[in-house]
Design a binder for this molecule. Structure first.
Ligand code: UTP
Length: 308
């Protein structure tokens, strides 16, 4: 919705000018090779790995929708058609569930598919890095700020992580990333913030470094796979400069916007599981199963026998 005086007659024009633009679109890059999960990911996308009984990508789509996202762009690659099928109607399944009276399952399948046209797909021909994947979606971003969600970062939270970010963004505008504190020895695995001011919840950022060695890391605050970025990010990605690991890094493009665009990290409420890593993925399965009313007690009981 445009923030015009007609749309909000109660607002003065100077207030209207500083209202951040709403986040209506999300980009979900799923073009990576998922080499850490071979052989599981040879013929199946990493993002289709299930946590309990739901693929990682579905958690990300549900989180986006819960944050008010209206349009979703998947950046896919070769071998990722299972993701398109997952979010498509399945006539046979629908008929079978209906004839067997499985109403709850039928409703959840229908809700998952979404409205026609809500999801668009663009292909990343070569997995040249996360920055490159995001840039591939530039024509579908509509010149608006976008949310970016990486499905392999799964967050267990009362209020979904992206919703917390959208609410914080109403205060700050600009660019925002979700952040967690990591042990110093792990900084080489993540994008790390150079902190300007930190009020315990919101952190204003004066620099970003992708995968710094522990001794060079400016802090231990790591970016997780949740971003709100202004459309100028696509101009900065246009240069296609290679960064850490020879990949086109989103972090490098974001770093170039610091100084011209407000930039904040949000310490969200919730627990993040790095499902791109085997231990994190197994931990997520346990944590999400324990949360479930139908599974939690039985899983807890079984786990006890392993610990003893
Ligand atoms: P990762 O850095 O985890 O890479 O990507 P990966 O290829 O998926 O996995 P490994 O390291 O080989 O096991 C983080 C997210 O960015 C997407 C991935 O699909 C994943 O959701 N991505 C990464 C792309 O879409 N394109 C790329 O070129 C790289």
């Amino acid at each position: 919705m445009a923030h015009t005086p007609d749309a909000h007659p109660q607002l003065k024009s100077e207030q209207i000018l500083i209202m951040p633009r709403p986040i209506r679109r999300a980009i979900l890059p799923v073009g990576g090779l998922g080499t850490r999960f071979l052989p599981a990911t040879k013929a199946m996308p990493k993002e289709m790995l299930p946590v309990v009984d739901k693929p990682l990508i579905q958690y990300a789509v549900e989180e986006a929708r819960a944050a008010g996202i209206e349009q979703i762009v998947f950046v896919t690659g070769r071998g990722k058609t299972a993701i398109e099928d997952h979010f498509d109607d399945s006539f046979e399944l629908r008929e079978t569930l209906s004839s067997r009276g499985k109403t709850a399952e039928l409703e959840s399948m229908t809700a998952m598919v979404g409205r026609p046209g809500e999801i668009a797909y663009v292909r990343q021909q070569e997995p040249l890095g996360l920055g490159h994947a995001v840039w591939c979606a530039r024509h579908l971003a509509g010149g608006e700020p976008v949310a970016i969600l990486l499905a392999d970062d799964l967050v267990l939270a009362g209020k979904p992580c992206l919703k917390q970010m959208v609410e914080a963004y109403q205060e700050t505008g600009g660019n925002m990333v979700a952040v967690v504190d990591v042990p110093r020895e792990q900084t080489g695995r993540y994008g790390i913030l150079d902190v300007d001011k930190d009020d315990g919840r919101l952190v204003s950022v004066k620099g970003l470094v992708e995968k710094p060695a522990p001794e060079n890391a400016p802090s231990t605050l790591s970016i997780i796979g949740r971003y709100i970025l202004q459309p100028e990010i696509f101009d900065h990605l246009e240069t296609q400069e290679r960064g850490a690991g020879g990949e086109i890094q989103l972090t490098d493009a974001m770093a170039r916007m610091i100084g011209t665009t407000p930039f904040h990290g949000l310490r969200f409420e919730g627990q993040r599981y790095d499902c791109g890593d085997k231990v994190g993925f197994i931990e997520a399965n346990i944590a999400f199963a324990l949360e479930r009313e139908d599974l939690g007690p039985a899983v807890r009981e079984r786990l006890r026998s392993y610990i003893s």
